[in-house]
Design a protein around this ligand. Structure first.
Ligand SMILES: N[C@@H](CCC(=O)N[C@@H](CS)C(=O)NCC(=O)O)C(=O)O
Length: 211
């Protein structure tokens, strides 16, 4: 049970995430945007290491996981951003019902895009070549491409930058790194959108990891 009265303390958070995690990057960008960087110690995590306490804090053994000062663990990335929204008096999620649902849906679509892109790669990581399923990879590719097409038509607003925009920027950053699809050739509107995002969110380039 999360006890919000205790977890509302501001100091001593620990973020369990590697530099390369696209979901972890959502949190790192939000922390920088909100000026909360100095409240957080970042400790890399390994979802596959049985000795990593990540799996005690989050039984799903997924990063990011934010450990609060009293030891309470928050996951997944939308829940952590919800917490940071509370801590910042509402800077990450719109409050009006319609805008709030739209932003949460943008986040869900962008995170789902990233999930599908991750699955396209992990199919090869977890199976020997003869067991790799082109059908499964194609199934995930469809999700990535349809999500990109939907965002090309209706990209998240940048004034202000909130959860939808942060999530999409991290999804596109992940595609730039792993290149499961050639999104820059097919979605020029999103290339332009990401350039505009980078211009207003310095934390995007600041959280870029080495290839
Ligand atoms: N819905 C989760 C997804 C987190 C996620 O998939 N993280 C990846 C790294 S980017 C992970 O830890 N994967 C390990 C695993 O699935 O075992 C979130 O938004 O935080």
């Amino acid at each position: 049970v999360i006890s919000m009265d205790k977890s509302a303390r501001n100091d001593g958070w620990t973020l369990r995430a590697t530099d390369t995690s696209p979901f972890g990057r959502k949190i790192r960008i939000a922390l920088q945007m909100l000026g909360f960087d100095d409240r957080v110690t970042r400790v890399p995590a390994s979802p596959v290491d049985p000795d990593d306490p990540l799996r005690i804090d989050n039984p799903l053994a997924k990063m990011p996981c934010l450990i609060l000062a009293d030891g309470e663990a928050l996951f997944d990335s939308p829940v952590i951003l919800e917490f940071l929204d509370m801590e910042s008096a509402g800077r990450l999620v719109p409050t009006a019902a319609g805008a709030r649902l739209a932003a949460l849906r943008e986040q869900a679509l962008a995170d789902g895009l990233t999930d599908a892109a991750v699955l396209m790669g992990s199919e090869r990581m977890f199976h020997p070549e003869e067991h790799v399923s082109p059908r499964w990879i194609g199934h995930q590719r469809g999700k990535v491409e349809r999500a990109l097409a939907a965002f090309e038509k209706a990209p998240p607003a940048l004034d202000p930058v909130q959860i939808g925009a942060i999530s999409l920027a991290c999804a596109l950053g992940y595609l730039d790194w792993r290149k499961p699809v050639d999104w820059r050739a097919d979605f020029p509107g999103l290339v332009d959108w990401l350039d505009r995002f980078r211009a207003v969110v310095a934390a995007y380039d600041a959280t870029r990891h080495a290839d």
